[in-house]
Design a protein around this ligand. Structure first.
Ligand code: DHB
Length: 310
């Protein structure tokens, strides 16, 4: 029987599939549905210091090939998610969860990470460097100078396991430059990719979401080739101590298989989870295991990163 167990840092997970930040993770009711599914972990909605309502609706729209969204970081605030995570640490000590967060300024990011550092939180922290949807705020990781400075400051005081959520890059030079920066730090993981930022979907003559006159992050089937390229480009370039979470375009077990083949140690599901609900984890786990069994792979290590070239 094949296993989809995995590890990130020193933490073990019974399944490599989990939600992507933003989907089924706004409050405890949604997070409980992920816990009660076949998923191996969950990540919270990206938390800011204070509660945020987010952008005006409609702010999410499904299309045949995926979705467009401009949520604008609606979340219940840092304390809400930390409180729930600390509670789960007591009731489910055998499980590890991911806490996604980012400040609306660098100062706020430091406040949040210092609070995590001082707290009892024992899980994995994911710093979101790639939100495309807050008007006036750039995707931080497209500015590598700012990213390097921010990470330098963070690792002066942050000693718990930390990963970063990245936007997709589209140029070999950018893969090289970004990897060179990330390799300078004791990151536990990077997560590739966030949505492809600032796409536009039109229905008849009109945009489909209200914020930013219709511009929003693109997810789903559209983005799999970009996601796989980012996972593999960083797998080729990063020191082996930095693991990769693959996110983007996972509709089937085959898609998850391809992310792992490109080097992913964990695979997150966003748009497809939004469309299908948490039962999706059972379906995709079964599909992934069927592929592994057909190929004679017993564990993810048997094929992780082993993409073949012509
Ligand atoms: C939102 C979208 C993102 O892609 C992200 O990384 C964080 C927040 C949002 O619109 O809420």
């Amino acid at each position: 029987m094949s296993s989809t167990k995995t590890k990130i840092g020193n933490y073990e997970f019974q399944n490599c599939l989990m939600n992507a930040a933003g989907v089924y993770c706004y409050n405890r009711e949604e997070l409980e549905k992920i816990i009660n599914s076949e998923a191996g972990s969950f990540v919270t909605k990206t938390a800011t210091l204070n509660i945020r309502e987010g952008n005006p609706s409609p702010r999410y729209y499904d299309t045949n090939l995926g979705c467009i969204n401009s949520m604008g970081l609606p979340n219940l605030g840092f304390d809400y998610y930390l409180g729930y995570l600390l509670e789960l640490q007591k009731t489910m000590p055998e499980c590890t969860f991911f806490f996604s967060l980012v400040g609306l300024s660098q100062e706020e990011t430091h406040i949040l990470l210092k609070r995590v550092q001082e707290s009892e939180f024992k899980g994995l922290t994911e710093l979101n460097l790639s939100c495309p949807n807050v008007p006036g705020k750039p995707q931080i990781a497209y500015d590598l100078e700012t990213t390097e400075k921010l990470l330098t400051e963070i690792f002066n005081y942050f000693k718990k396991p930390l990963g970063i959520k990245l936007p997709p890059y589209f140029d070999m030079v950018h893969f090289n430059q970004a990897a060179e920066v990330f390799n300078k730090f004791p990151l536990t993981f990077i997560n590739c990719v966030n949505s492809i930022g600032n796409g536009l979907v039109i229905n008849d003559e009109t945009v489909v979401i209200k914020p930013k006159n219709g511009f929003g992050g693109i997810g789903g089937e559209y983005i799999k080739p970009t996601a796989l390229a980012n996972v593999h480009a960083f797998y080729q370039r990063l020191k082996p101590s930095i693991q990769i979470i693959g996110t983007g375009g996972v509709l089937t077990g085959r898609d998850a298989f391809e992310h792992i083949l490109c080097g992913a140690s964990m695979v997150q599901i966003g748009t497809t989870l939004q469309k299908e609900g948490p039962e999706v984890f059972k379906r995709i786990t079964e599909e992934l295991k069927a592929i592994m069994e057909e190929k004679g792979y017993k564990t993810l290590e048997d094929f992780r990163g082993k993409l073949k070239y012509l």
